[in-house]
Design a protein around this ligand. Structure first.
Ligand code: IPM
Ligand code: MG
Length: 371
């Protein structure tokens, strides 16, 4: 079997974490007899530097011609701190999501037993947390009309949603709930926003087709609190673009590090996989970035290609490596390993090669790769 993967490393730590993801794909390809062909393309600040365009047409073509897309991260402080910048790396990502019709962003929040102690929440609150956020990705305030008026003294960003935009992602979320614990929470601000009221109407109607799924409605401010107070209560969260962006960064802290959280962005004919974290420019090239969010994004990519056993192998290898204390400094400040070493160890675990690195006695004495 052959599969074509578009690879978009992007900015900051993007290239180094994507490199680990590709190593993992290669290992999986060998073990499960799949030949992955890779086509690299630019997006974000690197694309602006090379072509003055954060998303060149050639990148869109590469993505359209691929079976799946693996992305790193985009963003560069030279644009963040310049309110007058007319082109921004983020525009590239938003345009890519829109051009490929990637309307559903799926962000699973799962915790590892071996990391429960590093969560800022109490251990008993985070053990066994397992929920998934369905974030709408191509509508809402991100894509509404925006601008300035009154000589620049007033700015506006319009939030707009249509029934069909809500319907298509809501159905995916209900299908997922049906496969899981059959609970779905719509997170909105229906006490204030008209768009949220349309979400409630639409979701309420779809719920009639999914009577086996228990639906709950929660205001986003309350949800922000509940995610910290009792994260175990959630199974599937469905929400609009901006709320989903915010609550998934919040939810990542349950697991201990944003460096652990993968995502899948699904459309009708394309699928893109990327860590939920940003480009972390301060860490670029230092070998301290956590590659696990990208590696778990690779696992989601494999699922989407129906290579389910390969996805399981990647997740099991990742857990094994974490259980052996092999992790980057965001997870362990005193004994840590490089980005590449964590990637290498996950690769050996996929290949089932007994590695010296897995012997716990090596972890405390320090290996050459500890930085
Ligand atoms: C994300 C990011 C993006 C978003 C940025 C980089 C535009 O924060 O994927 O969560 O806001 O969607
Ligand atoms: Mg975000």
């Amino acid at each position: 079997m052959q599969k074509k993967i578009a690879v978009l490393p992007g900015d900051g730590i993007g290239p180094e974490v994507v490199e680990q993801g590709i190593k993992v794909l290669k290992a999986v390809g060998e073990r499960f007899s799949v030949k992955f062909n890779y086509e690299y393309a630019d997006i974000g600040a690197v694309a602006i530097d090379n072509t003055d365009n954060p998303l060149p047409d050639s990148t869109i073509d590469t993505c359209l011609g691929a079976d799946a897309i693996l992305m790193g991260a985009i963003g560069d402080p030279k644009y963040d701190n310049n309110p007058n910048a007319t082109v921004r790396p983020e525009q590239g990502l938003l345009k890519l999501r829109k051009s490929l019709g990637l309307f559903a962003n799926i962000r699973p929040i799962t915790t590892y037993k071996s990391l429960a102690h590093i969560s800022p929440l109490k251990e008993e609150k985070v053990q066994d947390v397992d929920f998934v956020v369905f974030r709408e990705l191509t509508g809402g305030i991100y894509f509404g009309e925006k601008g300035r008026k009154d000589d620049g003294d007033t700015a506006f960003d319009i939030c707009s949603y249509s029934k069909s935009e809500i319907d298509r992602i809501a159905r995916l979320a209900f299908e997922s709930a049906r496969q899981r614990s059959k609970r779905l929470t719509l997170v909105d601000k229906a006490n204030v926003l008209e768009t949220s009221r349309l979400w409630r109407d639409t979701v309420g109607k779809i719920a009639e087709d999914y009577t086996d799924v228990k639906v709950e409605y929660m205001f986003v401010d309350n949800a922000a609190m509940q995610i910290i107070m009792n994260p175990k209560q959630f199974d599937v969260i469905l929400t609009e673009n901006m709320f989903g962006d915010i609550i998934t960064d919040e939810a990542s802290m349950i697991t201990g590090s944003i460096g652990l959280l993968p995502s899948a962005s699904i459309g009708t004919s394309s699928a893109l996989f990327e860590p939920i974290h940003g480009s972390y420019p301060q860490a670029k090239g230092k070998g301290i970035a956590n590659p696990i969010a990208t590696i778990l994004s690779v696992a989601m990519l494999l699922d989407s290609l129906s290579l389910v056993d390969a996805g399981i192998a990647v997740r099991e290898a990742t857990e094994k490596v974490l259980n052996n204390g092999i992790m980057t400094p965001d997870l362990n400040e005193t004994h840590h390993y490089t980005t590449a070493y964590v990637g290498d160890m996950i690769v050996s675990a996929i290949k089932n090669e007994e590695s010296e690195g897995f012997k716990p006695e090596n972890i405390s004495v320090g290996m050459s790769t500890i930085i």
